[in-house]
Design a protein around this ligand. Structure first.
Ligand SMILES: [Zn+2]
Ligand SMILES: [Zn+2]
Length: 494
């Protein structure tokens, strides 16, 4: 679209505006009904639909999500026999020796409340390599055939955790061809568009000091329908600089997850002596952040437990180098935050890159957080309201493949937080997916709101997102990226 007048019922954040002019991919003028409209242009009339700045999911693992989408999804499995049946069906049509990825397994959601055994997986197939991964990505079970192929495992345990989980996944991801890798990113882009996103931040690499396919994607960014922002998910600063990155990290781990009891807590898990563990010491992170800052790189680190969040935030607070520069560092997940820690985060200026769907899955009474952490800490999880009230920038993401790539569900989860004290209003949730996401990427001058001079990235919904909206009432009808319609939904205009 070269010169198009986009008309609609409303534009987010622009009261009274009923049309915008898009030229060469940018917004060049905004019009209220009383303004004279340009006559010499194409008109795209969106009727009663509402236009938002293009939503951006600021934390995805799009390679894995795209890759796993072709595997077996256990979201609705009720017990082990059903799981085995689903896996059996998944192996049909595969040739001998092919890998089958089974994902979104959650032992707390099935009758037996345990992982299957290796013997059970073997009973389904000894001809394929089966990987069954826990929903949080922090543990994995392999059948015997796959396990024989993975070398260097530390533990004899059936379920692989920590380093062994990384080794197993590294083997699996390492066996993908370039074609498979590219297909996975295109698949995630497609799923992202349906979920209402014009942009996805994606972590690349496996936290094992490899930037495997960063260059592959970087050199093809124009080929993707969504605007990918790439993160070299690595500790290797030199290699990130060579790749031309302006940020480093992602789910490089300060700790693990609540479900796997590896998130680092200041007090033990409920009914246990364990406090989880910090994967590195304070000095390690301080040195890492200082080196990154010296090279002008923003840093992103996975931290879930209060002890891990404090450790990373302290590194951001205390790191020397490039004083005066405003870094856009990230506390990814940033889940368990007592009040004093929130004050410390406000002081460091780091952004909280959070996943509203985590509360939907695991928040509330008698669910994972309550059971593993106890009631008072459950109420300190995913504190959107408290963080935002202290001026901390909230950026939202799905952690896709962990949860769905779905902006509307994300916004709905944030405004319907199971702890009413931590609910935010609809516009705050929208900002977390738009202007705050643009700030995080360093592109807030060019994206993230509907303003003259900014790129024409839009998410078009069938109606306005208002307080009290229901998920089923809202449909993504179009996604527009730099003036081009990249997704055309099938919603009926109302
Ligand atoms: Zn992640
Ligand atoms: Zn993570």
């Amino acid at each position: 679209m070269n010169r198009v007048l986009l008309k609609s019922a409303g534009f987010y954040g622009k009261k009274g505006v009923k049309a915008v002019l898009v030229e060469q991919g940018k917004i060049t003028a905004l019009f209220t009904p009383t303004d004279p409209m340009p006559g010499d242009c194409q008109v795209l009339d969106l009727g009663n639909w509402w236009v938002y700045p293009g939503f951006v999911d600021t934390h995805t693992h799009s390679f894995e999500g795209g890759l796993y989408s072709g595997g077996v999804d256990l979201t609705n499995a009720g017990d082990i026999s059903e799981i085995l049946e689903k896996i059996k069906a998944g192996t049909e049509g595969l040739s001998k020796g092919e890998n089958l990825f089974v994902w979104r397994f959650d032992e707390n959601r099935i009758k037996e409340r345990r992982f299957p055994t290796i013997a059970e997986l073997d009973s389904v197939s000894s001809e394929h390599n089966i990987l069954l991964r826990r929903i949080d990505g922090h543990s994995v079970l392999l059948n015997s055939r796959a396990r024989e192929r993975v070398s260097g495992l530390f533990s004899r345990e059936e379920v692989l955790r920590g380093k062994d989980n990384d080794i197993a996944m590294h083997w699996f991801h390492g066996s993908c061809s370039e074609e498979t890798i590219l297909r996975a990113y295109h698949k995630s882009a497609e799923i992202g568009l349906k979920g209402g996103f014009s942009g996805l931040h994606t972590m690349i690499g496996d936290a094992d000091c490899s930037n495997t396919h960063y260059a592959l994607i970087r050199d093809r960014l124009d080929e993707f329908k969504v605007d990918y922002k790439l993160y070299p998910q690595s500790f290797n600063i030199d290699s990130s600089l060579e790749l031309g990155a302006d940020r480093i990290g992602g789910c490089i781990l300060a700790d693990g997850s609540i479900g796997s009891h590896t998130a680092a807590l200041s007090q033990p898990y409920q009914g246990s002596d364990s406090c989880g563990n910090l994967y590195h010491d304070d000095q390690f992170w301080l040195r890492f952040v200082e080196r990154a800052q010296f090279h002008n790189l923003n840093v992103a680190v996975h931290c879930i437990g209060d002890k891990a969040i404090r450790q990373i935030n302290n590194a951001y607070l205390n790191a020397k180098g490039q004083s005066g520069k405003c870094f856009r560092h990230q506390l990814i997940h940033c889940e368990l935050c007592p009040d004093d820690l929130i004050e410390e985060i406000a002081a460091s200026g780091a952004a909280a890159v959070m996943q509203p769907a985590f509360d939907r899955y695991w928040g509330g009474e008698d669910d994972l957080y309550d059971n593993e952490l106890g009631r008072s800490r459950m109420l300190q999880m995913n504190r959107f309201r408290s963080l935002a009230s202290k001026g901390i920038r909230l950026c939202f993401g799905s952690d896709w493949y962990i949860t769905e790539l779905d902006a509307i569900k994300g916004i709905h989860s944030a405004v319907n937080h199971k702890n009413p004290a931590e609910r935010i209003i609809v516009n705050e949730a929208i900002d977390a997916y738009t202007i705050n996401a643009a700030w995080l990427a360093g592109t807030d001058e060019l994206r993230g709101s509907i303003d003259k001079g900014k790129y024409a990235d839009f998410t078009v919904l069938n109606r306005e997102l208002r307080e009290g909206f229901e998920i089923g009432d809202i449909k993504v009808v179009k996604v527009i990226k730099t003036g081009d319609i990249v997704y055309d939904g099938d919603a009926v205009q109302t």
